[in-house]
Every structure is written in C-alpha cells, then in structure tokens.
Design a protein around this ligand. Sequence first.
Ligand SMILES: Cc1cc2nc3c(=O)[nH]c(=O)nc-3n(C[C@H](O)[C@H](O)[C@H](O)COP(=O)(O)O)c2cc1C
Length: 335
Amino acid sequence: MYKSLIRPILFKFDPEEVHHFTFSILKNFGFLAKLFLPKPIEDKRLEREVFGLKFKNPVGLAAGFDKDAKLFNELSDLGFGFIEIGTLTPKPQAGNDKKRLFRLKEDSAIINRMGFNNGGVDEAIERLKKNKNVLIGGNIGKNKVTPNEEAVDDYKICFEKLFPYVDYFVVNVSSPNTPNLRELQDKKPLTELLSTLQNLNLEKPKQKPILLKIAPDLTDSQLLDIIDIIKETQIAGVIATNTTLSRENLVSENKFEMGGLSGKPLTKRSTEVIRFLSEKSGKAFPIIGVGGIHKAQDAIEKLEAGASLVQLYTGFIYEGPELINEINREILRHS
Ligand SMILES: Cc1cc2nc3c(=O)[nH]c(=O)nc-3n(C[C@H](O)[C@H](O)[C@H](O)COP(=O)(O)O)c2cc1C
C-alpha cells in the first residue's frame, strides 16, 4: 500500500516538508498506522544479544531520521528493533541553508547536506525521559563552530549528558556535511577521541557500548587503521557506513548536488566495507551494517558479510515500513 498509494503522493512534495509532515502524522495519528500496517513480527529467533545489549530484532532505524528524539516510541511501534537518535551536538544548531535534501528517484537514492540540524542534547534528553522501553542509540557529534582541535570537548559533553538515557553511543566522525569533520577519522585524532570517551566510560559503575560510525569512502589502509584503533581503544564496535561522496553511475538530475549520497547506489560499497572489517579483524568486534538496504536480500548480504545488526534510512523512505517485516521474515527463513 505504501509504494502504490502513499509514496506517489508524498514524493510530489519537497522531501524536507514531507519529513516534517509524516513526523506529525505519526506523532498524532500513530495509532491509525497501527490499524493499517501489518503487525510487527515478534519471534524469539529474531532476538539478538550484541555488545551486551538485548535486541528484540536486528533491524534498526539509522541516525538522522529522528535526530531530536521526537518519535522513537512511535517508530519502535512500527517494528524496529532499535532506534538511533541524533546526530546530537552540545548546542542547538540550524544546519545548512535550505534546500538541503534531494531525492534521486531514478537511482532510489537521496543526497543530503543537512549539516547536523538539531535542537541540542539538552532538549533531546527531556524527550528521552519519556522512553517506553525502546532500545536507543545516541549518535553524537560536534557543533559546526567548534574547531577540530576542541572537538573532543563537544563529544565529551554529549557523552556525559546522554549517558543515563541511551543504551549505546555512536561517535560520528563520518558526516560529509560538517566542514573538516571527516579529518577526525585520521589515526591520531581518532585514537585520542575514542580513548578519551572510553576512559570516561570506564569511570562509570556500568559501561555502555561505544561504536564508531565510519564513511564508506575510506581506503583499505584507512580501514586497517580503524581496526587497529578499535582494538587499541577497546571500544565496542563499528557502524558501517555513513553516506558517500562518490557519484558513480547516477542518472537522476539531482546527482550533482553537494552532500552525502545514500540509498541503492551505496548498497554494494557498504557491504564491501563490512566484509573487509569483519575478515581483516578476524571478527574481533560487532558491526552494525547500514547503507542501501532496500530489500530483504540486501540485509541478508550485510549479515552474511559480518554484520550483527542492520539499520535502514533511505530504504525506509522508498519502500515504507513494510520493509522491516520483510527483512525479519527473510531472517527467520534463513535461521
Ligand atoms: C537525510 C539524512 C540525514 C542523515 N543524518 C545523519 C546523522 O545526523 N548522523 C549520522 O550518523 N548519519 C546520518 N545519516 C546517514 C544514515 O544514518 C545512513 O548511515 C546512510 O544514509 C546510509 O544508509 P541508507 O542508504 O539506508 O540511507 C543521514 C542520512 C540521511 C539520508
């Protein structure tokens, strides 16, 4: 019903307007969605225990959709096994000028240069206090005005403030839309950032898993560095991958917009990154696989490549909420 009836209407309007519109519909009439949508699949065989956390199923919502933690309870009701909020920054910020979100329909893709628009970590915390038992990842970043030399402080602030309210953390140094952010993926600054956060974590009576979210555009040698850094800093795992700067084989007219590309053109590369990390590390840490999952088989391939869990964003926009059940059904078929 989503693809034949709802999507054609939504896709006639500006993507960012549609995002806010569907948000308010789900917020106010989420109970109606429950009437129309198939019930989320619940099955013991879908449950996963990864980095010490129990997931009701391995299909999560990727960061960037519910940046400000406004809708995690309703999104969880659609069947997601976990919801990642953020990227959150210490202070609220408006993000880049509009227009900054583009559909590439013929490529089943999106280009975004949102630039970490968010209401800041304090506001999100007030909403997280209303969590009805949803497993939440807190994706954290730095404010645009904070120079890279002081970035560690921004991540520390977010980590400390969010600690009581999220189940795991994601250190985002891979968004292409905050100037120079990706430089923090280099060995020296990244080791410093992750070990600082991990040391803060170790001071707590009970630690929370810290994951690193990486770009799909890293070279093999950079990926090998990432493996070393994970082992050295002893953080819990990796999310692979964020959006790409690559523009290979695109046909849509929006293909030259600046920003990060997500969706189908990313499927193969993000799976390659997962496989590389899993094989070269000897499965030393769990990986959450994300990037271009538009059908159940895409998720299965990521799991077979070494991911323990998967996340959706662009596929959720293009295929609708039925995709969650579709993937879980296929996972059951493979179990
Ligand atoms: C509009 C939009 C906003 C995003 N914002 C964030 C973000 O704030 N933080 C982040 O880590 N990833 C962000 N992402 C990246 C997604 O979480 C995901 O890693 C990426 O889109 C690849 O998955 P997909 O092909 O399923 O969309 C964003 C993606 C999109 C399309």
